[in-house]
Write a protein that binds this ligand. Structure first.
Ligand SMILES: *[C@@H]1O[C@H](CO)[C@@H](O)[C@H](O)[C@H]1NC(C)=O
Ligand SMILES: *[C@@H]1O[C@H](CO)[C@@H](O)[C@H](O)[C@H]1NC(C)=O
Ligand SMILES: *[C@@H]1O[C@H](CO)[C@@H](O)[C@H](O)[C@H]1NC(C)=O
Ligand SMILES: *[C@@H]1O[C@H](CO)[C@@H](O)[C@H](O)[C@H]1NC(C)=O
Length: 492
């Protein structure tokens, strides 16, 4: 009797321990894509398309609350930067719009302002900059509260649409770029305050059609990927320091059903940022050209591509990204995850003259914006990605879409997350996350100029227009550079 009772108690204890891994899981929400709109003026077979508001499309948000009483803000989740900031009172400009709400430090009982005017960050998005004050306050995500976290509220912001939750390495904090010392950021404090065991998180962006994905701090979920989870070392910058989520990308192939064509050479090896804060993926120009030719993509002078949705959304098509060399891992990213629908300003689908729907290609040539190679959300929707800041490793596996089950594994210090040895075949150096490329002119990409004027109400200034041949006899694409989406990784 006693034995049995003990067994029951033990089982209960055991199952409660299993049911409660030390993890923090939150939903990430993708903005509805109906905001990606185009103004179409059409005469005969010639059309001009002006895309607007596309900047909001495809961003992944989390809800967090700051301070006491809690003030809710929505932040964009960003693996490409390491600071958390939100809009403060009066910080909006026309190019920022303060989506996601504001935080007012005077309303928080728990705030301590620790650095007035000391916060300054620029992102890869052309013309972006944020200035503000550093604070200590509490931040609540999902079911936990992190006390005494260093964050910032903006006093001025430009060309950034929402506050940002950067979850990268402390070495990449904006203050370090300005010569300061890193502070313990959210990943550090989640561990220090015993809410998770290790500085790790798993990102599951899910399907383009799904509104929600998840981020799981301190664990991974076996129900959300298939095949082996394999591990790559994160690659350093030229000074040997690891600051960004950079891996060695070593091949690209196009698969159409049973037919796979590799479009990279055997020696191809590039440093690629796995950046959740970038809506598009930026790839070398020659690879972009191959894809453009293959899928009848119409491009404008800035490298924006448009194609028939039907062509891109073929379920047999994948872009196969290989990492770590010949014996490395491959993610077969479905082509449809790179197909971003475009509506006209009245909310009707934008169509070519032959009646096929227009989709924007979720790839851009890297040189167009002078930015590093980025595997952004369009790629990340094809993978389950475990970021391990403690071991400076990234593990990836093929994603399972719309998983309903959950099989969460807590990551402890001793864990080797991936299957098999770490893939160390190929090393690369990240050289491109610093200042924009020489000669790079933010003004050449449209409305967000580097002028020092405070009020940048120049939404339509200097917009380049391109006439490009395509399914329409001619389609002119005008707009602002940001219609390519945001590129949120910290510039130094
Ligand atoms: C938070 O919720 C997760 C389940 O999502 C649970 O495993 C974890 O123990 C919870 N943490 C705390 C501090 O309650
Ligand atoms: C965030 O909060 C808003 C408003 O309460 C809600 O509609 C939305 O679903 C929430 N999103 C997430 C990711 O929790
Ligand atoms: C397209 O834009 C060009 C340049 O702005 C203009 O000259 C042309 O008339 C426009 N075409 C249509 C069909 O609106
Ligand atoms: C918060 O951190 C500061 C310095 O980092 C420290 O002086 C203070 O005691 C901390 N407060 C709490 C409540 O932990």
């Amino acid at each position: 009797m006693l034995t049995m009772k003990t067994a029951v108690v033990l089982t209960a204890l055991l199952s409660s321990a299993l049911a409660d891994p030390k993890v923090v899981q939150m939903e990430v929400e993708r903005r509805p894509s109906t905001q990606r709109m185009a103004q179409l003026s059409k005469r005969d077979d010639v059309a001009n398309v002006t895309l607007s508001n596309a900047i909001f499309d495809g961003l992944y948000f989390v809800n967090v609350t700051i301070g006491r009483p809690p003030q809710m803000v929505q932040l964009q989740l960003d693996t490409g930067s390491s600071d958390i900031w939100f809009f403060g009172p009066g910080s909006c400009s026309s190019s920022s719009q303060c989506r996601g709400g504001e935080y007012d430090p005077s309303e928080s009982d728990t705030v301590e302002i620790i650095g007035r005017g000391d916060f300054f960050i620029r992102y890869g998005t052309p013309g972006s900059r944020v200035e503000g004050d550093y604070i200590l306050d509490s931040l609540s995500i999902a079911n936990v509260t992190v006390q005494n976290l260093t964050m910032a509220y903006a006093t001025r912001a430009r060309a950034v649409t929402t506050g940002i939750m950067g979850i990268g390495f402390p070495e990449n904090e904006a203050i370090v770029a300005l010569g300061g010392d890193p502070y313990p950021n959210i990943m550090d404090l989640l561990v220090e305050q015993d809410l998770i065991n290790t500085r790790t998180y798993s990102l599951y962006l899910n399907d383009l059609d799904s509104k929600y994905g998840t981020i799981l701090f301190g664990g991974y979920d076996r129900a959300r990927f298939t095949g082996p989870l394999r591990t790559l070392p994160i690659q350093p910058e030229s000074d040997g320091v690891i600051r960004s989520m950079t891996v060695a990308w070593t091949s690209l192939a196009i698969t159409d059903g049973d037919d796979t064509t590799r479009i990279t050479s055997g020696s191809f090896a590039e440093a690629a940022l796995l950046d959740s804060g970038s809506t598009m993926s930026l790839i070398p120009d020659e690879l972009f050209e191959e894809i453009v030719d293959r899928f009848d993509v119409i491009t404008d002078s800035q490298g924006l591509g448009f194609a028939s949705c039907e062509t891109l959304e073929d379920d047999d098509l994948t872009l196969d990204f290989g990492f770590g060399g010949e014996d490395g891992l491959t993610i077969r990213a479905p082509m449809r995850q790179f197909s971003l629908p475009v509506w006209d300003i009245t909310g009707d689908p934008l169509e070519f003259t032959n009646g096929e729907r227009v989709c924007q290609l979720g790839l851009m040539p890297q040189s167009a914006l002078g930015l590093p190679i980025i595997l952004g959300d369009t790629f990340l929707r094809g993978a389950y990605v475990v970021y391990d800041l403690d071991n400076q490793q990234i593990s990836m596996a093929q994603i399972v879409y719309n998983a309903v089950d959950s099989d969460i594994v807590e990551i402890t210090e001793e864990d080797n997350i991936g299957e098999g040895p770490v893939i160390t075949g190929v090393s690369v150096t990240q050289t491109a996350t610093g200042a924009p490329a020489p000669g790079y002119e933010p003004t050449s990409t449209g409305s967000v100029s580097e002028s020092e004027s405070d009020d940048d109400d120049d939404e339509d200034a200097g917009i380049p227009s391109a006439q490009v041949p395509g399914l329409l006899k001619s389609i002119g694409v005008t707009g602002i550079s940001m219609l390519a989406g945001m590129a949120l990784f910290a510039l130094r």
